[in-house]
Ligand binder design. Sequence first.
Ligand SMILES: *[C@@H]1O[C@H](CO)[C@@H](O)[C@H](O)[C@H]1NC(C)=O
Ligand SMILES: *[C@@H]1O[C@H](CO)[C@@H](O)[C@H](O)[C@H]1NC(C)=O
Ligand SMILES: *[C@@H]1O[C@H](CO)[C@@H](O)[C@H](O)[C@H]1NC(C)=O
Ligand SMILES: *[C@@H]1O[C@H](CO)[C@@H](O)[C@H](O)[C@H]1NC(C)=O
Ligand SMILES: *[C@@H]1O[C@H](CO)[C@@H](O)[C@H](O)[C@H]1NC(C)=O
Ligand SMILES: *[C@@H]1O[C@H](CO)[C@@H](O)[C@H](O)[C@H]1NC(C)=O
Ligand SMILES: *[C@@H]1O[C@H](CO)[C@@H](O)[C@H](O)[C@H]1NC(C)=O
Length: 393
Amino acid sequence: MISTTSDISFLRFILLQLFVNIAKGASIFNVIEFGANPNGTTESTRPFLSAWASACASRLSSSIYVPEGRFLIGFAEFRGPCENPIRVQIDGTLVAPIDYNALGNSGHWLLFIQVNRITVVGGVVDANGAGFWACKTSGQNCTVEARSITFNWVNDGEISGLTSINSQLTHLVINSCKNVKVSNVRIVAPDLSPNTDGIHVQSSTNVTITNIIIKTGDDCISIGPGTRNLWMEKIQCGPGHGVSIGSLARDFIEDGVENVTLVNSNFSGSDNGLRIKTWARPSIGFVRNVSYRNIVMNNVENPIIIDQNYCPNNQGCPLQSSGIKIDQVTYENIQGTSATQVAMTFDCSPTNPCVGIKLKDINLTYLDIKRAQSFCKNIGGTSGGVIVPDNCL
Ligand SMILES: *[C@@H]1O[C@H](CO)[C@@H](O)[C@H](O)[C@H]1NC(C)=O
Ligand SMILES: *[C@@H]1O[C@H](CO)[C@@H](O)[C@H](O)[C@H]1NC(C)=O
Ligand SMILES: *[C@@H]1O[C@H](CO)[C@@H](O)[C@H](O)[C@H]1NC(C)=O
Ligand SMILES: *[C@@H]1O[C@H](CO)[C@@H](O)[C@H](O)[C@H]1NC(C)=O
Ligand SMILES: *[C@@H]1O[C@H](CO)[C@@H](O)[C@H](O)[C@H]1NC(C)=O
Ligand SMILES: *[C@@H]1O[C@H](CO)[C@@H](O)[C@H](O)[C@H]1NC(C)=O
Ligand SMILES: *[C@@H]1O[C@H](CO)[C@@H](O)[C@H](O)[C@H]1NC(C)=O
């Protein structure tokens, strides 16, 4: 029943908005109109999911709008397929419950699954990870754990302008996706927070990651099996454990990693720089065609490292030999300082030596400039230009 003047003017307003949206060829779903509460204390999961359901069913390309404010959100699954492209514009902050048990045991906090053509722009996501880290570091069995944002089976996705802080586990996961762009993202968690990887990419093709600042407790970027055509550019890493391909060879039947590029990036105070890490276990996996160019190291513990002897507690690695075949890895114009004496480590598999390693214009120094060393085992390749420390190829 429309009875009062204010109801009529409200209706007029809604109709006007509808016409404007149709004229723009898009519809806008503001989470506030679905009952979301921006005061940070009243949970807004259901309103967000309702906004998603409307956007997903929309016959026009649509936007979900999250205005300024703090929105308390529990586990939320944004599932596709949807009728049309969706843009999620976030001006506010999404916060997870302080009690990490409240997120349940799906492994995720904000999960986008089986969605094509999804763009997430702006905003802050704060997973409030401290309680979970405390559980982990105290050695308890913390069974519920959540990655902050996950793209699972997403094609043509984009995340930009977002800040992710204090994830429980990985901040951002790109898994089983095609054509995903991540840009202008900031990721922050304490140096000592356990397993808080910045971005994890796995089983995905055509992913580009550009203009990212990552300060976290584990890998800045970790690259798992089945990653193909990954382009990373303008990455600032540290503190953190570097940009790591691996750990690979966890399983015998495992997909390879191919066509990975990292350019114009820098590392500062991180535990590693450019790392490839594989278990010393049999596997049919491989790493092929990786290129690192124009990288600055600032006091990095292992600026360049291939470690094929990973086997914590010496368990489950009967022959201490990795099945992963590493082929065509190029390091070009890598400059700066190492925080440890061995600035370049190539510890390759005795049964599957690294081949096609290329070094060109490397200058990594330690303390009084001349003391850095390199370590090579089971490696073949070529080199050119200045190579400091001594070329052990
Ligand atoms: C947040 O909004 C809810 C619902 O209006 C209210 O019950 C609650 O007291 C508010 N919390 C604060 C801190 O304002
Ligand atoms: C941790 O708890 C889960 C569920 O209660 C149980 O299945 C698992 O075996 C436990 N793990 C350890 C190492 O105690
Ligand atoms: C990856 O990108 C290339 C170049 O744009 C394109 O030809 C190819 O089809 C893409 N691969 C997938 C799996 O989408
Ligand atoms: C590190 O990289 C960022 C992004 O490319 C750049 O803005 C910054 O100047 C670089 N810092 C150093 C010390 O090279
Ligand atoms: C790797 O890149 C090359 C050149 O762009 C391309 O021909 C090849 O198909 C790519 N490999 C994979 C597995 O996509
Ligand atoms: C290696 O990967 C790069 C970047 O994806 C690509 O341009 C190049 O063609 C690839 N080379 C081979 C031999 O596949
Ligand atoms: C390597 O870098 C150091 C420190 O920046 C510099 O003093 C030295 O001249 C460089 N060496 C070469 C061979 O470029």
